[in-house]
Design a protein around this ligand. Structure first.
Ligand code: NAP
Length: 488
């Protein structure tokens, strides 16, 4: 099977912060791939904007080096590279001053119905000023789109402020808030699995699901982003957005149609159904310790007294008819054993065993949705151990990625940004967070953090390379359950 590519209409994409890490590591490679695969049409223009003094050629050098660094060699060919680089121009703009805006206006010919996208790959403190200046310079029209990414605020009040600063100049339908987890192929496949198959729906509720686990484990530490991370911590940086968005996709009701607002309405209902987390035993905060000579979290961020958590595990409850009594265990952390992101829907055990004790125990069926490193979906089943040795039960995994059927082994998994940027151009907001979702997530998170601040205690230390603090294991052990291994 060949991946079907539908070219988008020609567009103009202005990337503010085009010299930065996100633009070089993710955006430029994503756009290159879309051109390479025939989706970015001839005539699409990328206007790179940043503060430093460069001309078109100077920026093309930066972009070309980004391709060498972040695009796999097999996908790089000189003809496509040339075509891609020729589609990029550079404008020097200092968003904090009035310098460069005239040049940007000149670089942008009349839109003439072409979608115009403003991608804000800059620090959040620049979001408001750019939205205002784009509007004031007359660069946007009712078909323009603006794209931003986390952090979308620091708490509910700042998220509301951010939403307000955009809403003065852009309508909600023009604002694209990226959570790149939602652009992952497997996350979209989860929607197909749930809503295009009748098989799972009857089981997708408190009668049949024992619990849900969502893990986003990182092997890396703060990686040069110490100052930023120390302000945020795992709860704000990961749980408020990625973990809660994944929880929403598992827990939401089927939308009537795959329309952006129908999907987002359902996700919002889940966020609003989250029971307030008032039991301190239901949340564990951790901070990685110095381990085998590798610096501790506080050393990494250069803040000896820091109480910021580099790990959080919690037990959430979606208080509605479908999920009443089903715990959703979430955990995320840095410097853990390995890098893995996974959702596991653990079904209840069979109600009665017909097998003699010597056969062994039937395990719970587990639907595991792996987001990284190897995207895929498996269903854990109990089967008979093959052979003549009598009835012995063993577990086996059914690979639901259907690589052989789809020829997916030969297909490159597109990066989430490739999908998301093309969705912005197409004007499809389904995989983007709406302002009220972001606010609802903060409204649930804020009281948890306020409780920590009130108590003033320190996060629990954990060893680097481990699965996090012991207390996180206890969070599930107390309920007679256990986390899945953090393993590839
Ligand atoms: P970065 O590497 O620090 O890059 C910042 C960019 O902003 C540079 O291109 C810089 O241009 C430009 N800039 C700074 N001040 C400016 C000004 N006054 N006028 C015009 N341009 C200015 O940051 P980043 O890591 O790419 O992150 C960008 C945004 O994405 C942030 O909001 C970040 O939180 C978010 N984000 C990043 C990642 C990631 O993986 N990096 C992941 C998720 C979210 P000069 O080089 O010319 O100074």
């Amino acid at each position: 099977m060949v991946a079907r590519v539908v070219p988008v209409d020609p567009f103009d994409l202005v990337v503010f912060g085009a010299t930065g890490d996100l633009a070089r590591r993710k955006l430029i490679p994503a756009l290159y791939h879309r051109l390479h695969d025939g989706q970015m049409p001839e005539g699409a223009r990328i206007i790179a904007a940043a503060r430093r003094d460069l001309d078109d050629e100077g920026y093309r050098d930066i972009a070309s080096r980004a391709l060498d660094e972040f695009v796999e060699a097999a996908a790089l060919d000189e003809k496509t590279r040339d075509r891609f680089l020729r589609s990029i121009g550079y404008v020097q703009v200092d968003v904090e001053s009035d310098d460069g805006w005239d040049a940007l206006a000149k670089a942008l010919p009349p839109a003439d119905g072409r979608p115009r996208v403003f991608y804000l790959s800059v620090a959040p403190r620049h979001f408001g000023i750019i939205a205002e200046k784009v509007h004031r310079a007359g660069l946007s029209d009712s078909d323009s789109r603006i794209v931003i990414e986390k952090p979308l605020g620091h708490d509910l009040a700042s998220a509301q402020e951010l939403n307000d600063c955009f809403s003065g100049h852009f309508e909600e339908r023009q604002i694209y808030r990226i959570d790149h987890y939602l652009g992952k192929e497997t996350v979209q496949n989860l929607m197909a699995l749930r809503f295009a198959n009748a098989l799972f729906e009857p089981l997708w509720n408190a009668r049949h699901v024992d619990h849900v686990q969502i893990t986003v484990a990182e092997k890396v530490g703060v990686e040069g982003r110490g100052a930023y991370y120390d302000e945020m911590g795992a709860m704000r940086d990961m749980a408020q957005n990625h973990l809660l968005q994944l929880l929403c996709l598992i827990a939401m009701e089927p939308p009537a149609r795959l329309e952006p607002d129908e999907v987002r309405d359902e996700k919002l209902k889940v966020l609003r159904a989250l029971a307030p987390l008032t039991d301190p035993e239901s949340v564990v905060r951790g901070q990685y310790a110095r381990t085998n000579g590798s610096p501790s979290y506080t050393e990494d961020v250069g803040h000896p007294g820091s109480r910021t958590e580099s790990f959080v595990a919690l037990k959430a409850e979606v208080a509605n008819w479908r999920w009443s009594g089903v715990p959703f265990y979430l955990r995320t952390g840095k410097r853990l054993r390995t890098r893995v992101s996974e959702i596991a829907v653990v079904f209840k055990e069979a109600p009665h065993s017909i097998f003699p004790p010597a056969s062994g125990r039937a395990g719970n069926n587990v639907l595991a949705i792996r987001l990284q490193p190897d995207e895929g979906i498996t269903l854990g089943m109990t089967i008979k151990e093959p052979g003549p040795g009598g009835m012995r039960l063993t577990s086996a995994e059914l690979d639901m990625t259907f690589a052989d059927t789809l020829g997916a082994t030969k297909l490159r998994m597109p990066d989430a940004y490739e999908r998301l940027v093309m969705d912005v151009v197409r004007g499809d907001q389904t995989l983007f967070m709406r302002g009220d979702e972001v606010e609802a997530a903060w409204a649930w998170i804020d009281p948890i953090i306020a409780l920590w601040d009130e108590r003033g205690d320190r996060p629990i230390s954990y060893d680097q390379g481990s699965s996090g603090p012991e207390d996180a294991l206890m969070l599930m052990h107390r309920d007679g359950r256990r986390w899945r291994e953090i393993a590839v």
